[in-house]
Design a protein around this ligand. Sequence first.
Ligand SMILES: NC(=O)c1ccc[n+]([C@@H]2O[C@H](COP(=O)([O-])OP(=O)(O)OC[C@H]3O[C@@H](n4cnc5c(N)ncnc54)[C@H](OP(=O)(O)O)[C@@H]3O)[C@@H](O)[C@H]2O)c1
Length: 413
Amino acid sequence: MSKSADRAYDLVVFGATSFVGQILTRYLFDTYKIGKSVKWAIAGRSAEKLAVLKETLGGKAAELPVILADATDGKALQSMCEEARVVVSTVGPYALYGETLVRECVRTGTDYCDLTGEVQWIRKMVDSYEDEAKASGARIVHCCGFDSIPSDMGVWFLQGEAEKLFGMPCRDVRMRVKVAKGAFSGGTVASMINIAKEVGANPGLRKELANPFSICPPDDRPKARQPNLKSAEFDKTFNVWLAPFVMGAINTRIVHRSNALQNAPYGRDFTYDEAMMTGTGIKGRLAAYGVIGGLGAFLAGSAIKPTRWIIEKLVPKPGEGPSPEAQDSGFYDLRFVGRTADGKTMITKVTGDKDPGYGSTGKMLGEAAMCLAFDVPADHPGGFWTPASLLGASLMDRLTSKAGLTFDVLETR
Ligand SMILES: NC(=O)c1ccc[n+]([C@@H]2O[C@H](COP(=O)([O-])OP(=O)(O)OC[C@H]3O[C@@H](n4cnc5c(N)ncnc54)[C@H](OP(=O)(O)O)[C@@H]3O)[C@@H](O)[C@H]2O)c1
């Protein structure tokens, strides 16, 4: 049981009406019900939308308590936080709407988790509020969706297995996306466009974002040179072509922060990178160049006004996202290749059912929030943690028993 046991709710879902917030709310409703062991409520800025959501859920959802708060209203957020042991937020882009809630969670000693993948915003939150979070005891955990739980927990799992089998961690780990079948929602695209916009307006930010240790504590930034795939490359382990993986820009930073916060169990010379497999032969090579071209065009186009306007017309709008059928038919399969300093190799696999960014993300975020509410000891220090560094083994149990993820060792040599 976490601290603040006297608060009305174990969990409040802020942004329950967002595209992913509705998936999360449905997951909590189906899994934890209403009026049972978990006391929870939904929150957002629109009473009408929240009422429609309860109606859509049907049955006992009519009894689900509702809290009204705008993301810019510090007073309303403060009283929401004072009623909750944990707040989980899907109100994004977080760089635009997220800071006031983080501030109020920190001030009221309320635990918090979210889905941001915005490195520059995480850096800003840590710089602004980490000391206060340590003092109040609030545990803040960003990146509790597809970015970055499968990567962060995937490395945590591989390193635990390597310690058991080899007696040492892997110095170098590579994550390769074998399959990720899914789509983007309007909120995710809006967050990506906002990052490109911020970089366009502040060239110094590009340098900060390019730093693999950008969200590590400033006095604990390792020097180990990190691989950085920028072009198509042939992968000899899997005999396929590789392209950069768009989520690698956040996942790698979270994995390094996890290592730093745990006093470097992966080693101080640990290296990590991510890429996606695009196939074999000439088709695979061309597909890799296609990914690089598409990504480059999106980022360059989003950085400046005239082309950003066109991109915004073409992509999903806030509130839109993949259909329920597309979410159900989605899945992902990630491969991790670890090598120890003395040349031993381990290959592991992480899979998830449903669309990575939505069906699976809703479940991962829900279980991360449950972990904060029920598994993390009350006296565990406050601060800005990562999924692996704070939630570790209990999150692993929840992901595999409830959220449809698998973690397996495939090969060791
Ligand atoms: N890490 C991952 O794997 C992952 C996966 C999916 C999404 N995400 C991130 O999650 C976030 C949500 O994505 P989405 O597609 O669900 O977004 P969305 O559908 O566009 O929803 C945005 C939400 O923000 C709320 N909002 C906006 N301004 C507000 C304000 N001033 N006060 C209160 N609420 C406000 C909206 O409220 P209304 O409903 O009242 O309009 C809506 O609920 C995005 O930042 C996205 O990047 C991350």
